[in-house]
Design a protein. Structure first.
Length: 332
């Protein structure tokens, strides 16, 4: 008999007709019980090899599920490269787990703890969990798995994000310490509210000076967005000539369009020099929305300009327009 004990659990390892087997002797409290379970497992396997019993379906390898999710993400998600990078981190953490169905709730909790230890926010950790949840659903949709170990309560509850917007003095500080290209990016973002990827990959074909609009077909909301130019934007672009596929903002360090990492690195350096804290690049977009709300622009208009799919997202800006709301009801 080849049974062994590790961490108060009994395991057996054996070989039958060239097939290697390694099992947890589930429920065994002693070596004798583990040997009895091993004997029953051997008998069952010999019957399967002789055709007396049907062989059990092969377990789904976790590596296979990773591959299938990657295929899904490449086909269906614009942010699939970010998903793949996050998946690589998960793979390293679970490198000793072979089968998908072996992932239990405690493995998920251990992963969450490890991600937080990397100084990731709870919101970012939830993004990892969303990837995993969809990955397991891919397995369920293909009838490879029965259940998803990621539940709603698995994710961290997140309080509504307190909108951080740029003060006028902070804006001047950013301009002071920015490179010329980053200064232009900030200026355009504050006047358009474009998402990071849209402004980073802005091309000549997205700029329509005849109708004074920005046209975006590749965006998070999968909408064909037509964002009007204000006078500042029109004057900024009117004397510039771009080919349709020419990128507007080129990283001077690489002479290529900015990558997410390249822009983030320059943004972080500039913020540090400008001594601006607790402010993300995405908050430039929030600043655009906030300034519109302060000017009394209706929330439904802000929603369209920001390309929000759900007006509840835009409602976060509503508290900045309280004075206008009070004035409005006074008209009654």
């Amino acid at each position: 008999m080849s049974v062994s004990k590790r961490k108060n659990k009994w395991y057996c390892r054996f070989q039958i007709n060239g097939e290697r087997h390694h099992y947890l002797c589930d429920g065994a409290m002693s070596k004798q019980q583990a040997e009895q379970i091993e004997a029953s497992l051997k008998f069952k396997i010999m019957q399967q090899q002789n055709g007396v019993l049907p062989k059990e379906a092969e377990k789904l390898k976790l590596s296979t599920l990773y591959e299938e999710y990657t295929k899904y993400a490449q086909l269906n998600k614009k942010t699939w490269k970010i998903d793949v990078k996050r998946l690589d981190i998960i793979k390293q953490f679970w490198k000793n787990i072979k089968y998908a169905e072996d992932i239990k709730p405690n493995h998920i909790e251990e992963l969450k703890k490890a991600l937080l230890a990397r100084n990731l926010t709870k919101t970012t950790v939830n993004r990892y969990l969303e990837i995993l949840s969809k990955m397991f659903n891919v397995g369920i949709d293909n009838d490879w798995l029965i259940k998803n170990p990621i539940k709603k309560k698995t994710k961290f509850p997140i309080k509504n994000y307190q909108i951080r917007y740029l003060r006028d003095d902070e804006e001047q500080q950013l301009y002071k310490y920015s490179s010329q290209v980053l200064r232009d990016i900030i200026f355009v973002d504050l006047n358009t509210g474009l998402r990071e990827a849209n402004i980073r990959l802005l091309q000549g074909k997205n700029i329509n000076l005849e109708f004074k609009i920005f046209e975006l077909t590749e965006n998070k909301s999968n909408k064909h967005l037509k964002i009007p130019m204000n006078t500042k934007m029109y004057n900024f672009f009117k004397d510039k000539v771009y080919e349709p596929d020419e990128y507007i903002f080129i990283n001077p360090r690489t002479n290529k369009p900015y990558t997410y990492t390249g822009l983030n690195d320059e943004w972080t350096r500039t913020k540090k020099l400008a001594k601006i804290e607790n402010f993300r690049f995405h908050d430039l977009r929030h600043t655009f929305g906030t300034r519109l709300a302060k000017k009394g622009v209706p929330v439904n208009i802000i929603k369209e300009l920001l390309g929000h799919s759900d007006i509840s997202t835009t409602m976060r800006y509503l508290h900045f327009a309280q004075e206008q709301l009070v004035n409005a009801v006074e008209q009654l």
